[in-house]
Structures are given as C-alpha cells and as structure tokens.
Design a protein around this ligand. Sequence first.
Ligand code: NAI
Length: 252
Amino acid sequence: MERFTDRIAVVTGAAQGIGAAIAQRLAAEGAAVAVVDLSAERARPVVETITAAGGRAVALGCDVTDPAAVTAMTDEVVATFGQLDILVNNAGITRDNLLFKMPAQDWDAVLTTNLSSMFHCCQAAQRHMVPARYGKIVNLSSRSALGNRGQVNYAAAKAGVQGLTATLAIELGPYGINVNAVAPGFVATAMTAAVAARIGMDTEQHRRQVAEQTPLRRVGRPEEIASVVAFLASEDASYVSGQTLYVNGGAR
Ligand code: NAI
C-alpha cells in the first residue's frame, strides 16, 4: 500500500545521507518530493534516482538558514504541486570542539543551521498547512541531545529541536498538524565519517568501535532512519504528536 499517494513532501538537506534516504522512501510510497539542499545541482542526483524508480521529485536549492529563501522555496513547492503536506527538517551540520577551543562562529553556525532553520521552515510551511487543516512535520534531533563530549553546540541545538517539536505540536495540533522528532544514534553517513577523520580514525574502524558499544552491535543505516520518519509522516502515526523517537540500536 502506498501511504503517501497525492501527498507533497519537502525534505531539507536531502542531497545525501539520511535526507536522501528519506526523500527516496517517501517517493517510493507515492509522495511527490521536493529534494532541497544548498543548491539544486547537489540535489539533482537524488531526484534522478527517484524518477528512475518511477517516482516524482524536483530538485530545489535553498539555504535553510535564510528565511527569505525558505519562504520562496515553500512558495515554489506550492506553486508547482498545489500543496505542502509533509515537511522533514533534516538539514544539519556539525562543528565539533571542546568548549574551551570552540570559536563562537561554530556555536552560531550549528545553532543557526540545526535549530533556527527549523523555526524558519516550520513557519513557512504552516502558512500552507494551517489553511489545509493537514500537515506532518518531522524534525531530525539526535541522541547527542542528551549530551556528547565535544558537541556543546550540536547537543544544545538538537535538544532545542525537541523543545521546538513539543511546542509546535501544541500550537499546530488544533489545525490537524502532527509534529514529531526522530533522534538517531550513530548512522553511517558523511557526517559521521567526518567525525572519524577528525579524531584520526579510519571510517570503518570507527564504525566497528561504535558498533561494539551498541546493543544491536552495529551502526545504523540511513534507510533505518527513513523508515521511522515515514511512519511519523504517515497516517499510521495519526495520533502521535509532540514526541521524540530515539532510533539508536538500543543505546542508553
Ligand atoms: P550529511 O552531512 O550527510 O547531510 C546533510 C545535508 O544537509 C547535506 O546534503 C548538506 O548539504 C545539507 N545542508 C547543510 N546545511 C544546509 C543548509 N544551510 N541548507 C540546506 N541544506 C543544508 O548528514 P546526515 O548524517 O545525513 O544527517 C542528516 C540529519 O540527521 C542532520 O540533521 C543530522 O544532525 C542528523 N543526525 C545524523 C546522525 C548521524 O549519525 N549521521 C545522528 C543523529 C542525527
């Protein structure tokens, strides 16, 4: 059964990694997907995989830290497809460092990209969702929200995502809009490969080390986050709102 037939979805940061897997999953279940990333060129290869599989998608360039660009992006989606049903706020960056070495610019960049961007995207999307009395918003938090050495900026942003999610569920619920978050543990993407590089470890060796500390004894795959995002964006989760679901192989 296709859960997203006639649904229009926006996935930010969807040119690679978890965002690409989410865009592909939603499209595979029938949604038309706006694959949004810093440039349309970056997003195009993902669109090609979706269309090659028989799905519908467009590539859109949008820096989600820029409120005007975000408004223009959501307006373009609605102009193209007529509506906006699903927003997945996935774009994110890391700028890891211990507190005493962290430049203020790296604090600002991570808060702006990982948290303020969600404020802008939710604000722009609700202009279309509220009149339609329908919407599904899924935000990417992280296990790091609980605290992670070297990630004071990222942990604060991802904890902020959980507060934003809980609050928007309250504010937007009366309009038929569900707002939830997914908090992945370690997923094998370019983002975590960069962590390995920063601490001077081989990517595979780093993944094996993380896997040993994870109850399921392996790291996550982007598709395993995408399936949970799809659940939360679907009517299977119609009475779920304001929640953060940890998807981390059982790690405590
Ligand atoms: P990634 O680094 O592979 O991909 C992130 C994408 O976001 C890139 O395509 C990048 O161009 C895009 N992006 C960055 N800044 C942007 C901006 N200002 N505007 C538009 N697009 C922008 O990252 P990954 O690993 O796929 O992570 C996706 C999300 O999942 C992020 O929010 C991340 O914090 C979160 N996450 C990832 C985990 C992991 O283990 N990989 C664990 C927990 C959360």
